[in-house]
Design a protein around this ligand. Structure first.
Ligand SMILES: [Zn+2]
Length: 270
């Protein structure tokens, strides 16, 4: 079924279930939606948190299958499964040379260290905070040249690696990183093996931003931050060839494409 965005009130008047979806269903998409307040939403076997006003968010990862099912249970108990086509995307191959060889062929100790660090990141991304900060628009945290896109298959110093899940914005070390929208700081780590200076800002309901390779982090865990607040500085820490911001978005363990949430980059002020 092709998604139909219909007027919320109009749908209510017709007696059909009210469901509005703000984003396009495609691989990597953050899907922000609205149901009648008091409804329940289920997606990927999870009870999705619904805000008092009926807003919710889900996400579909890089290799998500071609169909997605979203179940809505209306306040009256009527249960309906909505099926959406998820558009497939093409991902390119990106060769990266010049990263520290130790980050391509890590020692057993380094593998163990990165495993422990990955657990910290994954624990932060499991949080399901009640405040729906994600309903506000997102802005670019840094304006600059895009040097890496979401989804590309990466080859590091000639050796195939994992796909890239962030968007890379080249900028000098020390460039201010602004919060793309409001949220709560759930993880601060000065130096992880692969990601270097690492910061996670939770936007509520399982949606979070991760910023990596930072030279400096200017907030601490538990800080509530506002959109546009300076939260960190760009760096080249961890597995990086040069200074850039790598910005990632997750809905729990679904890794999403920030460029689909934020829209086109504004022209640089320079
Ligand atoms: Zn990156």
């Amino acid at each position: 079924m092709k998604i139909v965005i219909a007027g919320f009130m109009a749908l209510l008047a017709c007696g059909a279930q009210a469901l509005e979806i703000r984003d396009q269903w495609q691989q990597g998409a953050t899907i922000r939606g609205q149901v009648e307040p008091g409804s329940k939403v289920e997606f990927l076997g999870r009870d999705v948190r619904v805000a008092k006003g009926g807003q919710f968010v889900v996400g579909v990862g890089r290799d998500f299958p071609s169909k997605a099912e979203l179940t809505v249970v209306a306040p009256g108990g009527e249960r309906k499964v909505h099926t959406f086509n998820v558009a497939a995307r093409k991902y390119n191959i990106q060769e990266i040379t010049g990263v520290p060889q130790s980050t391509v062929t890590p020692s057993p100790e380094q593998v163990e260290r990165s495993r422990r660090e990955a657990e910290l990141v994954s624990a932060a991304r499991k949080k399901d905070l009640a405040t729906p900060w994600f309903t506000s628009d997102f802005a670019w945290p840094v304006v600059g040249r895009i040097s890496g896109v979401y989804g590309s298959q990466r080859v590091y110093n000639g050796q195939p690696g994992n796909p890239h899940f962030g968007i890379d914005i080249a900028a000098p070390t020390g460039t201010k990183v602004l919060a793309p929208t409001a949220g709560l700081v759930t993880l601060v780590h000065a130096d992880m093996f692969f990601s270097g200076g690492t910061l996670i800002v939770d936007h509520g309901h399982g949606l979070s931003s991760t910023f990596i390779h930072l030279s400096k982090i200017l907030v601490k865990e538990g800080d509530q931050i506002t959109k546009g607040q300076v939260i960190a500085e760009v760096g080249a820490t961890g597995r990086a060839t040069g200074p850039h911001l790598d910005w990632r978005i997750n809905w729990f363990d679904q890794r999403l494409d920030p460029s689909l949430v934020v829209g086109p980059m504004p022209k640089s002020a320079k």
